[in-house]
Write a protein that binds this ligand. Structure first.
Ligand SMILES: Cc1cc2nc3c(=O)[nH]c(=O)nc-3n(C[C@H](O)[C@H](O)[C@H](O)COP(=O)(O)O)c2cc1C
Length: 329
């Protein structure tokens, strides 16, 4: 079973992925946050840095409104060494949706059909996978969308079982997941709300043919989650780990965030930008430190590197460690 780190714009950057890999195992594949393919025929410099130099564990993700934009992007990425390119059909942001990109395309199934038809008519493209929601406004749309995806030689469909209107926090629709999945001849990956070893176990039990779990916020909240899932840890193993390995795990997370700070300091222009990036990480990671509520509040408001260091050091010192085993994103 494969675990991938979900693409997260502004969070799972090339820098983040490099530092994460240096500290943790268990994640087999990474995706770039979406690269915007437009009529320009090339990616912006910032986006190019996301997929160069070539990384064999990486799948570049592209978002586009037109088939011809996907085609140039896929060719360019194939030339850079990538055998697979992922299409973003899930982004719920209003600025994206109004241009009928991301999940915006799901609101118009005929447009989606023409879009895919235009792409798959083209010969010699790398493998194309899709990351999608189950609809725009209603999980009932999953059937029709599944039928459309099922017509094309898509290499894999990664399903996030929410509709666009759900954004990221409403309950998942497993019914919608099943309704889409049954139309798909290709492998199907599950993405959404996997935060514990038990969550992963439930999905693998419900859908035993699942060979790929994609995890985003769960891995940010508990960077060791993929290792734990791979180790097949159940509740009992977690209990033992709480007693034995908590301090060590905490140290690993501290080393990770320290190195991440340093890595961002090297490429960003000032302390404020680095702080902004790290606060975004802590927004998720903080849920593994529920006994540090006050410090987390201070962290949100802090304005200097010195304050940041003081606050995070206090958290690593104070936190009981055991909390690292149940994240509540
Ligand atoms: C801040 C943020 C940025 C995201 N950026 C992307 C993106 O660039 N491409 C994409 O396909 N999904 C993106 N997503 C969605 C995630 O990849 C994932 O589908 C979602 O978080 C649900 O999975 P999770 O519950 O494991 O986090 C983003 C989500 C968040 C919260």
């Amino acid at each position: 079973m494969m675990i991938s780190f979900a693409p997260m714009e502004g969070v799972t950057t090339a820098t983040f992925r490099r530092v994460y890999k240096e500290h943790f195992t268990g994640v087999d594949r990474y995706y770039t946050p979406f690269l915007a393919a437009t009529q320009t025929g090339c990616f912006k410099k910032r986006e190019t840095r996301e997929y160069t130099p070539f990384d064999p564990l990486l799948v570049p993700q592209v978002m586009a409104a037109k088939a011809e934009h996907v085609i140039w992007a896929a060719r360019l990425l194939a030339d850079a060494g990538y055998e697979e390119v992922n299409l973003n059909l899930g982004c719920p942001a209003a600025t994206v949706v109004t241009k009928k990109k991301g999940s915006g395309m799901l609101a118009d199934p005929d447009l989606l059909d023409r879009f895919l038809d235009g792409i798959f008519r083209e010969q010699d493209l790398p493998k194309l996978s899709v990351k999608t929601r189950i609809g725009f406004a209603d999980p009932g749309e999953a059937e029709r969308l599944g039928e459309i995806y099922g017509k094309y030689p898509i290499s894999e469909v990664i399903i996030h079982p929410r509709v666009r209107e759900d954004f990221y926090n409403r309950p998942l629709s497993l019914q919608g997941f099943e309704a889409m999945k049954k139309h798909l001849p290709c492998p199907v990956a599950f993405n959404g709300d996997i935060r514990t070893v038990e969550d992963a176990g439930k999905i693998l039990t419900a859908y035993p043919d699942t060979e790929h779990l994609m995890i985003g916020r769960g891995l940010l909240a508990d960077p060791l989650l993929a290792e734990k899932i791979k180790a097949g840890e159940g509740q009992k193993a977690e209990e033992e780990r709480k007693a034995e390995g908590a301090a060590e795990d905490k140290n690993r997370i501290r080393d990770f965030v320290t190195d991440l700070w340093d890595a961002y300091s090297e490429i960003l222009s000032g302390e404020r930008d680095v702080l902004f990036k790290m606060k975004e990480i802590w927004f998720h990671l903080g849920s593994s430190f529920p006994d540090c509520e006050k410090q987390l509040d201070k962290l949100k408001k802090c304005r200097t590197a010195a304050d940041y260091r003081g606050i995070t050091e206090t958290m690593f010192r104070q936190s009981q460690g055991g909390v690292l085993y149940s994240c509540h994103v």
